[in-house]
Design a protein around this ligand. Structure first.
Ligand code: PMP
Length: 361
């Protein structure tokens, strides 16, 4: 059996079909201007209109208060691993480590000051879980607490922001932003690489509280790596990734028309529950994460017989189910189910998995 191609990659992820079609229809001639968005000057009125609408729509989607600035930066989320400590680490920061992305952020932060690391992955009932906050042993008086709400590689997700450090939280929301309701006021900084739930790779969205922007960055921080530079220039200190910004705007518009973050949250729950329930019923497939910490976005799974991995991936590709290979550090499979993934994509994957088990189990 063959399905319309579905992209299960952890990123770059699929964009909504309607967004692709709109971008296609406007590609050579944006709204009768005779020019493509690719041609637009980032300082011209047309691009300004695009940029402002994208920001306004994101503000509406996440209910971003007035005392937070939205910044559109380049460099990917990894760039923020350095920008965060450059701008916010004065004396001591706490980093909660629940996987590979958190560890990478820690590695960068350590170059800028004292970093207290909380190893928050623990075992519960033979599965991986997030250690309860009461056992983190955090010493108060830190500049900020950094965590990764959704660890894309391990498939570990927080169901809510930590209580400790609310108001001083810095979150790498790359792989679950806009997929569940959040209270922006819990955070000092939110950042997210765009290539999963927002748009094309290369763009990073930041939501930064005013007082964080006003505090001085590390003296050695390059201009472009200071939040204040981006904020004062309206994210146009240099040429921003204009086309990615435009596409992100189309995605935000699509999200609003779909019913916003509430609807995305319901769909994420539906998609992920379907797949977890299926995996849990079979001994042929397994997921290593405790139900309390399971990601709704990235679902790693293994086959009981690992020697079948290559065949599984090959046949999935042939059936139109792409990029199911797990991260190289983990192995096995991983199905990433971001906002643009229809429930039909999960149904197709489950049908494929049933058939694969029937013929190889
Ligand atoms: N943080 C998380 C949670 C991620 O999933 C990723 C990318 N998969 C990154 C950071 C790195 O993003 P980028 O490649 O945009 O630097």
């Amino acid at each position: 059996k063959h399905w319309p191609p579905y992209n299960f990659s952890a990123g770059p992820a699929m964009l909504p079909k309607q967004v692709m079609e709109q971008a296609q229809s406007e590609f050579t001639d944006w709204r009768g201007k005779g020019l493509s968005v690719l041609d637009f000057s980032h300082r011209g009125t047309d691009f300004t209109e695009i940029a402002e609408k994208a920001e306004a729509d994101l503000r509406q989607l996440l209910n971003i208060p007035k005392n937070y600035r939205v910044l559109f930066a380049a460099g990917g989320a990894s760039f923020q691993f350095a920008m965060v400590p450059m701008n916010c680490l004065r004396n001591r920061a706490v980093y909660v480590d629940t996987g590979i992305w958190g560890s990478k952020a820690i590695k960068e932060a350590k170059q800028f000051g004292q970093v207290d690391v909380v190893n928050a992955l623990s075992e519960r009932d033979g599965l991986q879980a997030i250690l309860p906050e009461s056992e983190w042993g955090i010493e108060q008086g830190f500049d900020y607490l950094h965590f990764t709400p959704n660890e894309t590689i391990g498939g570990v997700e927080f169901s809510d922001a930590p209580v400790v450090g609310r108001g001083q939280l810095i979150a790498d929301m790359s792989s679950n932003i806009l997929s569940r309701k959040i209270n922006v006021e819990d955070y000092a900084v939110i950042y997210a690489g765009a290539q999963k739930n927002i748009g094309p790779a290369g763009l990073t969205i930041l939501i930064v509280r005013d007082d964080i922007i006003q505090q001085p960055a590390a003296q050695s921080a390059p201009s472009l790596m200071r939040y204040s530079t981006l904020a004062e220039s309206g994210s146009m200190y240099n040429t921003p990734p204009t086309y990615s910004w435009y596409l992100a705007g189309l995605v935000f518009d699509w999200l609003i028309k779909q019913g916003g973050v509430d609807v995305m949250e319901q769909r994420a729950n539906e998609r992920s529950q379907k797949l977890y329930q299926f995996i849990d019923k079979r001994s042929f497939y397994a997921n290593p994460i405790h139900p309390s910490a399971r990601s709704r976005m990235n679902i790693p799974f293994t086959l009981a017989d690992e020697s079948l991995n290559a065949r599984f991936l090959e046949q999935a590709e042939m059936a139109g189910l792409h990029y199911l290979k797990g991260h190289r550090s983990v192995g096995g499979m991983r199905a990433s189910l971001y906002n643009a993934m229809p429930v039909a994509g999960v149904d197709a994957l489950i049908e494929f998995m049933v058939e694969f088990e029937r013929t190889h189990g």
